[in-house]
Design a protein around this ligand. Structure first.
Ligand SMILES: Cc1ncc(COP(=O)(O)O)c(C=O)c1O
Length: 410
């Protein structure tokens, strides 16, 4: 075989794009970069977190990302001799590490089976692609995660959005359109409120609809030993599918679909993310198996998380902020992007870092700063954040935010 040496590269690739792409990039510049004081998108601040900064951005709610037991489990596999196959999960047999983890996750949630996916995004998109087609009405809570909306788009089905957490509206839509699939999050990732699961699943069963509950923000944190909200409400045998990102309480890079044996048998051969995208590597799966053990055992982390979240929500409410959260996900809704920018800067200048959510994650006029509370935080740190939130109220115009006025008029 002759190996030709490539010509020497004198200039780095900087090819011009045709106008249709240039236009799109320009629109991003005009809408996201230029309106901001620092010339960066709103989600990026101007301050780099220094020593002593309080970080409320990570979704590692149980504070286990660097747990030695989990690290050791990963290292053991990494240090094992030999190459591992790098390929789609569709080629894996029973008896693989993936298979054992799937069995453990199914048992954890009280289901027959589960399917390990590369991410929560892949899980949701793959699932909806498989279960829906153009003829299936999809009833979807307006605030359901974008990955489920994307699955609907890919399936070609028509989405009928019901008002957030409004079972009455859902039932009205089903009466109009007929049997279909209901999609919702158990705990909403923008403002931390919890779905009326009992009512919605009751409707799903009465109308013989399929139900899909995304438990990304409640699996591991809620329910007995972290088994999730569906389990804690006694709904396990009434829900068809639970999905979750394992990049939240599980602090990994994966997703899961929890389901029946029957469905799990078909999924790998029907879902495009399972067929056309490679499986997780074995050290990642070893890490997830160890993580599940920690999650089941360490009730103290859930107790501390709940205490921290309650302390923080109550403190913010006492300061006059309109907090709709019922969980560890707590948001301050600046509303207009210019108000959220002011809020972000005021917090970051004082060493408090959260995550800005804006369009397309929220409606354009309901941008917000999300704080993810975790179990490793001390009350003194949360109190420091509360003190900052107290001091900045006038400077950021909190009293005039739409969300504040909404609360007053309730
Ligand atoms: C509710 C919900 N579902 C799905 C996902 C996607 O998960 P992943 O980051 O693992 O792709 C997320 C992550 O943002 C989420 O919050």
């Amino acid at each position: 075989m002759t190996v030709h040496s490539p010509p020497e590269v004198t200039e780095k690739n900087n090819l011009d794009f045709p106008e249709f792409l240039e236009k799109k990039l320009q629109a991003c510049d005009d809408e996201l970069f230029k309106p901001r004081k620092n010339g960066k998108p709103l989600v990026i601040g101007s301050v780099t977190p220094g020593a002593g900064a309080i970080m409320l951005q990570s979704n590692d709610y149980l504070n286990i990302a660097s747990h030695p037991f989990i690290r050791e489990a990963q290292l053991k596999v990494l240090q094992k001799a030999g190459n591992e196959p790098v390929m789609s999960a569709v080629f894996l047999h029973e008896g693989s590490d993936k298979y054992f983890f799937e069995q453990e996750m199914a048992e954890f949630a009280g289901f027959e089976s589960s399917i390990l996916c590369q991410s929560g995004w892949a899980a949701n998109v793959g699932l909806i692609q498989v279960i829906a087609d153009q003829s299936t009405p999809i009833y979807i809570d307006f605030f359901t995660h974008m990955s489920l909306w994307e699955g609907v788009k890919i399936s070609g089905a028509t989405p009928y959005a019901f008002r957030h957490n409004d079972p009455v509206h859902l039932e009205r839509l089903i009466n109009e359109r007929g049997q279909g699939i209901i999609l919702l999050d158990s705990l909403y990732s923008t403002n931390g409120d919890i779905a009326p699961l009992v009512d919605i699943i009751d409707i799903a069963n009465r109308y013989d609809c399929i139900s899909v509950v995304d438990e990304s923000h409640s699996l591991g944190t809620h329910g007995l030993h972290g088994a999730g909200l569906v389990a804690s409400l006694g709904l396990t045998d009434k829900v068809h599918f639970i999905t979750a990102s394992l990049a939240k309480a599980f602090a990994g890079r994966a997703g899961i679909i929890i389901c029946s044996n029957k469905f799990a048998r078909y999924y790998p051969y029907m879902a495009f993310p399972a067929i056309f995208s490679s499986a997780l590597l074995s050290y990642e799966i070893a890490g997830l198996r160890a993580t599940l053990e920690v999650i089941k055992k360490d009730d103290f982390r859930r107790i501390k998380l709940e205490e921290n979240a309650e302390f923080f929500r109550d403190g913010l409410r006492r300061l006059g902020y309109n907090i709709s959260s019922q969980s560890q996900v707590v948001a301050l809704e600046g509303g207009l992007e210019s108000d959220t920018e002011l809020l972000r800067d005021a917090l970051e200048e004082r060493g408090v870092f959260g995550s800005v959510f804006m369009s397309p994650a929220t409606p354009k006029t309901r941008s917000l700063m999300r704080f993810s509370v975790h179990s490793g935080l001390e009350k003194s740190e949360l109190q420091k954040v509360l003190d900052v939130c107290a001091v900045i109220r006038d400077e950021i115009g909190m009293w005039n935010w739409k969300s504040t006025r909404r609360k007053k008029s309730e």
